[in-house]
Write a protein that binds this ligand. Structure first.
Ligand code: AMP
Length: 283
């Protein structure tokens, strides 16, 4: 079956009310489009667990901190619709800007200290924009389960907390990061990399793995675990941050005493790549 492409909130609600009245479990995968195998993994998981799968495709200006990043963000609705069809998606929600923001967004979600570190520190307002659009989308879709990638660990932690703090009746599922054969995490922004930049890009994941190995071999001092790795960063990329953080608060830990997330951001040319790994110190 061809997925229905819905562009208005009213049509979306009507269609999803019908699905709900057939007591179909509603699965939701929010995206910004330019769909790749990472998105496909979320959609497959939703397809396996839910009776009706909704994918939203909306490039949210509210979460972009740099105008050039928004202008250069890849858009490919026709291709995306074909991908969704192949994966058995029931509904594609693809609103235009005016549908999503008919009036200026005066009220927004303040994510507090969850945005103090990692991407939040370097992208002012980014997670306010993410949390705001996700809460809006949850109100529009009313999903039973929503799927997010581990790739964006800080985003996932923030979505979980928004849902908890605002009592949103939805279950949040995190899905493992899908990678290229050389370890590079799939991202819509990878399409912008030149062949030379593409060759440098996998070093971010290698760096994270190196820190993980050190932690798993018993290095408990976070600065020790990251220090040597950072010194080895090649000149071709500029490391924005590399931090060992608590999986819930997203605040750096000085001493590793339990499960942590090692997260990094690497600039390759004018493209910013992020990635993270989870690791647990030896007992
Ligand atoms: P985006 O379209 O980049 O906003 O991503 C939409 C969703 O797909 C988010 O929940 C991302 O975390 C997730 N995602 C993006 N890339 C990957 C990946 N390589 N593996 C798994 N999930 C991903």
């Amino acid at each position: 079956v061809t997925p229905e492409i819905v562009t208005s909130v009213a049509d979306l609600r009507e269609r999803l009310d019908a699905a709900r009245s057939e007591s179909r479990r509603l699965g939701f995968v929010p995206t910004m489009g330019a769909l790749h195998e990472g998105h496909a993994s979320l959609i497959r998981r939703a397809r396996g667990e839910c009776g009706h799968v909704v994918v939203s495709i909306f490039v949210n200006p509210l979460q972009f901190d740099r105008p050039d990043d928004l202008a250069r963000y890849p858009r490919s609705l026709e291709r995306d619709a074909a991908v969704c069809e192949r994966l058995g998606v029931d509904t594609i929600f693809a609103p235009v800007l005016e549908e999503m923001y008919p009036r200026p967004q005066v009220c927004t979600v303040d994510v507090g200290p969850l945005a103090d570190h990692l991407c939040g520190r370097f992208r002012p307002g980014h997670f306010r924009g993410v949390a705001t659009v996700v809460l809006k989308l949850f109100q529009m879709v009313g999903p039973d389960i929503a799927y997010f990638g581990d790739k964006d660990a800080q985003q996932l932690a923030i979505v979980r907390r928004v849902v908890s703090d605002f009592s949103v009746p939805v279950v949040i599922v995190g899905v493992a990061t899908v990678r290229e054969a050389d370890g590079l995490a799939l991202s819509s922004r990878n399409a912008r990399l030149s062949p030379e930049e593409r060759a440098v890009a996998p070093r971010l994941y290698r760096l994270l793995q190196e820190v993980r190995r050190r932690i798993e071999s018993g290095v408990r001092d976070a600065a020790d675990a990251t220090g040597q790795a950072v010194a080895a960063v090649p000149g071709a990329g500029r490391l924005e941050y590399l931090d060992v953080v608590d999986p819930e608060t997203m605040h750096p830990v000085a001493t590793v005493a339990g499960p942590v997330i090692v997260a990094g951001a690497l600039w390759v040319g004018s493209t910013r790549l992020i990635d993270n790994v989870r690791c647990t110190p030896p007992a």
